[in-house]
Design a binder for this molecule. Structure first.
Ligand code: NAD
Length: 251
């Protein structure tokens, strides 16, 4: 059975939600979901098409390269200027290459970790600073991956970032409990542009290894993010929620 989607009206009414990598894929689905639940949404992306997504949902767009600390700081400032505060910060943008480590360059490693480790850390830093300044409450959501838990060939630098995301999430949760929660989402295979380049035969093999028998729709990740960021999930922090069609259950 495929998923169906039930945005909860007003669940995030008036909450300010920042989503990085929000121009497409999981980030875009999250932007649309939070807007449908009443949030004021700030989309950050290197892709200028994020502006159209923002316009369609009544949100805002800030061109941002998450590997640039100055631009991440500018993103937080632009959000506060536009919406007055930050309630939910969602680190989601990523960079990756698919090849073994002896073919990867140091420049590629720096780019990948610049977005996936330093960018997440910097995003969390500016979010926590703002949340503390406005009274202390807030939620940080970090998109991780099943590759935070298991290895897959050809992704050494990317996998290093996804392992780091879990450690960062735990640390944030401990440092700022009970006011600021931090939760990671670990998706399995999600049907976005990120997996478009995978040849058909390889994809068939990948799908065969997923008990659910399919890739998930990015809206399924968005539904989880909206719950995680809500008050109903107030006891959830310092952990990762896996959404993988039982991929990891195989062991
Ligand atoms: N698609 C999957 O199967 C899958 C599986 C596990 C985890 N994830 C994770 O989900 C998240 C979103 O992936 P997706 O599948 O939606 O990918 P996607 O390629 O569809 O979207 C990624 C977005 O990030 C933006 N981006 C790239 N570099 C950026 C930068 N430096 N600064 C700001 N924005 C930047 C891109 O322009 C794009 O809009 C990533 O963290 C990824 O690791 C995806």
């Amino acid at each position: 059975m495929s998923a169906r989607y039930f945005p909860v009206p007003d669940r995030h009414k008036g909450k300010v939600y920042v989503i990085t990598g929000g121009a497409q894929g999981i980030g875009r689905a999250c932007a649309e979901r939070f807007a449908a639940e009443g949030a004021l949404v700030m989309i950050a992306d290197i892709d200028p098409s994020g502006a159209e997504v923002a316009q369609a949902i009544g949100g805002a767009f800030q061109p941002t390269d998450m590997s640039s600390p100055e631009q991440v700081r500018a993103l937080a400032a632009a959000t506060v200027t536009r919406f007055g505060r930050i309630d939910i910060w969602h680190n989601n943008a990523f960079s990756a290459v698919f090849k073994p480590i002896h073919e990867q360059t140091l420049e590629e490693f720096d780019r990948i970790t610049g977005v996936g480790i330093r960018g997440y850390w910097m995003g969390a830093k500016v979010a926590v600073e703002q949340m503390r300044a406005q009274g202390g409450k807030g939620v940080i959501v970090n998109t991780a991956s099943v590759q935070s838990f298991v290895g897959e060939k050809g992704f050494s630098a990317y996998q290093a970032t996804k392992g780091a995301v879990l450690a960062l999430t735990r640390s944030l949760a401990l440092d700022h409990a009970p006011d600021i929660r931090a939760v990671a989402i670990a998706p399995g295979l999600i049907a976005t542009d990120a997996i478009k380049g995978i040849p058909e035969d390889v994809m068939a093999e990948v799908i065969a290894g997923i008990p659910a028998g399919r890739a998930a729709d990015p809206r399924e990740v968005a539904a989880l993010a909206a719950f995680i960021a809500s008050d109903e999930a107030d006891y959830m922090s310092g952990t990762a929620v896996i959404l993988d069609g039982a991929y990891l259950a195989i062991g």
